[in-house]
Design a protein around this ligand. Structure first.
Ligand code: SAM
Length: 183
């Protein structure tokens, strides 16, 4: 059976290597930050964002427990402000939209800031880089976010970016994802 998470990681791994600069735009409990940190290694850099201080605490704990290299910058701010912190192009960016599993469901990503953050993230992409956006349509805001992201990405010039969507069509509430690959 299709494993969406494994598929997401395989796309990212096709684009990043030791020493690269990458971003986790929705840090949460730090699983993606840990994956990125270990993949880019000591000489790489991971910028990770969340608006909840509790996410930074939980992520820092996970990174230390799992002996991640000290290559990360954890930022308590909204991802749409990423340009204030990231000054070099990134080889990969990840958005895992929605709310923190086990946390306050009212603190979820919201369409206005999500769309602005995705545009910022695309503008930060290096050549031959990837942005991955995981959408959770099982809650109302998630479903709308997904539709608006689709509208945004379908307008990008195919000569500069390849924008694609991966969805299990007979499981409408399962998470799905978009990728944006720069040429
Ligand atoms: C589904 S969780 C992310 C899971 C995470 N990637 C992991 O590995 O555990 C979504 C996260 O996005 C965060 N979030 C919501 N709005 C945000 C914003 N404007 N900027 C950055 N993070 C935001 C939430 O606080 C929540 O922790």
């Amino acid at each position: 059976m299709l494993d969406i998470l494994a598929l997401e990681k395989s796309f990212i791994l096709n684009h990043i290597k030791e020493g690269d600069t990458v971003a986790d735009f929705t840090m949460g409990n730090g699983y993606d930050t840990l994956f990125l940190s270990k993949t880019v290694g000591e000489n790489g850099r991971v910028y990770a964002f969340d608006i909840q201080q509790s996410a930074l605490i939980s992520t820092e704990k996970r990174l230390k427990e799992k002996n991640a290299p000290k290559n990360y910058t954890l930022i308590c701010d909204s991802h749409h402000n990423a340009r204030e912190y990231i000054k070099t192009p990134i080889k990969a960016g990840m958005f895992n939209l929605g709310y923190l599993p086990g946390g306050d469901k009212s603190i979820t990503t919201k369409r206005e800031t999500t769309l602005s953050a995705i545009e910022t993230a695309i503008s930060l992409l290096d050549k031959d880089a990837i942005l991955l956006i995981a959408v959770y349509p099982g809650h109302e805001e998630g479903e709308i976010e997904g539709e608006l992201i689709n509208e945004l990405l379908e307008k990008f010039d195919r000569k500069q970016y390849c924008c694609a969507k991966f969805r299990i069509i007979n499981s409408p509430t399962s998470s799905y994802f978009y990728i944006v690959e720069s040429k």
